[in-house]
Design a protein around this ligand. Sequence first.
Ligand code: FES
Ligand code: FES
Length: 153
Amino acid sequence: MAVSFTVNGERRSVDVDPDTPLLWVLRDELGLTGTKFGCGIAQCGACTVMLDGATRRACVTPVSTLEGATVETIEALDSPESRAVQAAWTEIDVPQCGYCQSGQVVTATALLQMIPRPTDEDIDAAMAGNICRCATYVRIRQAIHRAADMLEA
Ligand code: FES
Ligand code: FES
């Protein structure tokens, strides 16, 4: 099945089985390996991308649902919020092994776009679906507050 959608600002067409998850289209067909495979069942958040402006788990999103859609991955995330998040992540040295972090950054960016000054509770609620086996949660929370400060400055 041929499907056309926009990925990181470019129109792309793929011809794959309609049930193929977006995650594998991104990684195997389009070479965008920043989006990670963790659980494959929408439980860990490693595969989080932006789909038509909202976070989505790419591992459970069949490509057949994407005709005409707009997808943004970690490779091209570019907004004041995403730049602040990435700067804060670097400053606070958030990642440990790094595996979960592209999903964390996508979700944190979406949070700041919705709530510019999140509380600890807002952060915990928004980030709850992004699991980190290295347990970098304290630094993630700190970095989101720091990113909010940067955006206000
Ligand atoms: S790989 Fe998609 S949520 Fe875990
Ligand atoms: S930094 Fe290792 S899984 Fe999150």
